[in-house]
Ligand binder design. Structure first.
Ligand code: HEC
Length: 106
């Protein structure tokens, strides 16, 4: 019984180790790059079709970026130009990808 504490300690560490890693770059690649491009410059067929703009030129604050990710964007006729990610990304993921979006600026 002397060693029984070791597995308990390992178990105690599990929730941390199992938590989903939040990597803004990867989230961008998975959810945003199809339109905005891996370099953020929107030089993709889908990006051209919906008129996505170069994120390096964006002057939106980080809060505005988060807001855009959550709300998405429709054109005046109601067609979706950028989808809402509110149901797909956790608040942590939204923050991480918003911070990553700002790295395209120089
Ligand atoms: C279906 C294409 C599409 C996808 C996918 C997409 N966007 Fe967009 N996004 C757009 C369009 C279109 C606009 C409006 C024009 C523009 O500002 O680029 C836009 C605008 C933005 C803006 C506002 C830029 C500004 O300064 O006004 C940000 C920030 C942004 N997108 C980030 C993201 C992030 C982060 C993701 C992934 C979570 C994402 N977008 C996924 C099409 C897309």
């Amino acid at each position: 019984m002397r060693f029984s504490r070791i597995p308990l300690l390992l178990l105690a560490g599990l929730p941390l180790a199992a938590a989903e890693p939040v990597d803004g770059r990867q989230i961008f690649g998975d959810h945003c790059a199809s339109c905005h491009g891996t370099d953020g410059r929107a030089r993709t067929p889908a990006g051209r079709k919906v008129g996505a703009k170069d994120l390096a030129q964006s002057t939106a604050s980080e809060a505005e970026v988060r807001e855009r990710i959550l709300a998405g964007l429709k054109d005046p006729g109601g067609a979706i130009r950028m989808p809402s990610f509110a149901d797909r990304l956790s608040p942590e993921a939204v923050s991480a990808v918003a911070a990553y979006v700002k790295t395209f600026r120089r």
